[in-house]
Design a protein around this ligand. Sequence first.
Ligand code: PEP
Ligand code: MG
Length: 586
Amino acid sequence: MEEIILKGVAAAPGIIFGYAFILDKQDFVIAPRTIMENEVPSEIARFLEAVIHAKDEIVDLKNKIDAQKRANETQIFDAHLMILEDRSLINDVEKRIRAEKLSAEYIFMEVIRDYLSKFANIDDEYLRERASDINDIGRRVLKNLVDEDRLHALDNVEEKLIIIGHDLSPSDTASMYNKNIIGFATDIGGKTSHTAIMAKSLGVPAVVGLKDATLRIRNQDYLIVDGERGMVVVNPKEETLSQYKSQQTKIQETRDRIQEIKDLPCETTDGKKIGLYANLELPEEMPAIISSGADGIGLYRTEFFYMNRMDLPSEDEQFEVYKNVVEQMKGGMVTIRTLDIGGDKFLSTLQIPIDMSPSLGWRGIQFCLRQPDIFKTQLRAILRASAFGNLRLMYPMISGVQELRQANALLEEAKLNLKEEGVAFDENMPVGVMIEIPAAALMADMLARETDFFSIGTNDLIQYTFAIDRVNEQTAQLYEPANPAILRLIRVTIEAAHKEGIKVSLCGEMSGELALAFILLGLEVDDLSMSSVSILQIKNMIRNVTYKKAKEVAHEAVSLATSEEVETITLNRLKTMAPDLFNAQH
Ligand code: PEP
Ligand code: MG
């Protein structure tokens, strides 16, 4: 079989080899099930019955719509019936069940997928539209073959597999914890989309934004997922495989070697100490965070708590989870961010119309201020948990002082209520804001007077500064953390904070990238917060450089014109100063 190289966006580090398992657009998860020779006739009969059943359902629907005189809408059902009456489709499925001795649902899914990939390559709009009819039909017949629950359960995955999906919903990624999933790759998404963030928190290599991976990869194809360079190799040649194997070994050796520094201070060779914190999405990550040697949690993204459920989390439920996280950190600081709904972190449970929640829509603190009940429930839970450890609270997507004051007014109300009820909380719990909207960076001096700390969210800051959607793979090239425009916004924020004597953390994905973290160090950031997989690597970098040099490089970087120039000088300086850092990299 021919080797194919697919290029996308590196989402989570590492290299992994394994077999593909396609989770298609409708989240069908049908594992191959072998059947015996004598089961072939009954399997074919089961398939034919499912087709007849699907036809009956379509005729029923068509009759209902006919009765309402919506003639133009019935055409679609005629198209669906035609597909189901197409002998070649039925024959293909029958033939393959006989030849491959696999279950009807698995073969049918494969045949539908073949049809879809043929249609996707046809340069004719009408025919391409038929692809969506085939999709619908596929779904309908599959529902008759397998009970619906089984279609969605990643629990079905029994061998170690690489998941290939168009996109992965938060419920897909959340259910991947402790499962046999060793990596994943998706058609859509950028470096800071929720799928990329979740891939890192799962600790498996991942590539996103591959555009058409679901069409070019087939179930059971052997793959290499290169989460370092953002590539997937399908059916690799021997030579490719052995190159990757030796790179994988090098990466592992480096990871093992830097374990030694886990308990050593995060300090430059000339004595500058930096706080290293972990980002937390789901409490399942706690063991990895604790063993990463992080000083605490710099960003607890609580929105994942609200996802994958049909109700809102109650105050008690939230309190128990927050308290547990704080207690597990044993005095290490935990920074809980209040709900940041919006962008691609969309909460279906809250029934917000989809067009209200794009990146430039109703999100973050704006949502919470207009949903005070939801907000206050969370504030009360966080306050109650603050009695059990070292906890800080921060607001997401603050655009100015007014919003900060409004949020604080609700916090004061929550505190007052708790006091009246005699419930304990930490009266001195620090309250900070995320700086992730350019307006907030420009008003950092004012905001710094009314808050205890800043946390710079570059994932959003970059998106809003360059007017490009952070989750869109088409604009991935324009997403430039090293652009001097971003470095200048970071610099003004840090300067303003330090003038007021408050500390600045940076919790966007750029914190976990070697060269970028080096510039951040030079820009005088106090703490870095990142996925736990990156912590030791960044600590290793910091322990091998001087603060003096980092400041010089950062100073030069903000005066350059393009991100390319910044990357070049930073990498050169870093490679000269600490060449070992790049051993396992390309
Ligand atoms: C950010 O915007 O940089 C950030 C850390 O928050 P999130 O990725 O959750 O939007
Ligand atoms: Mg953000």
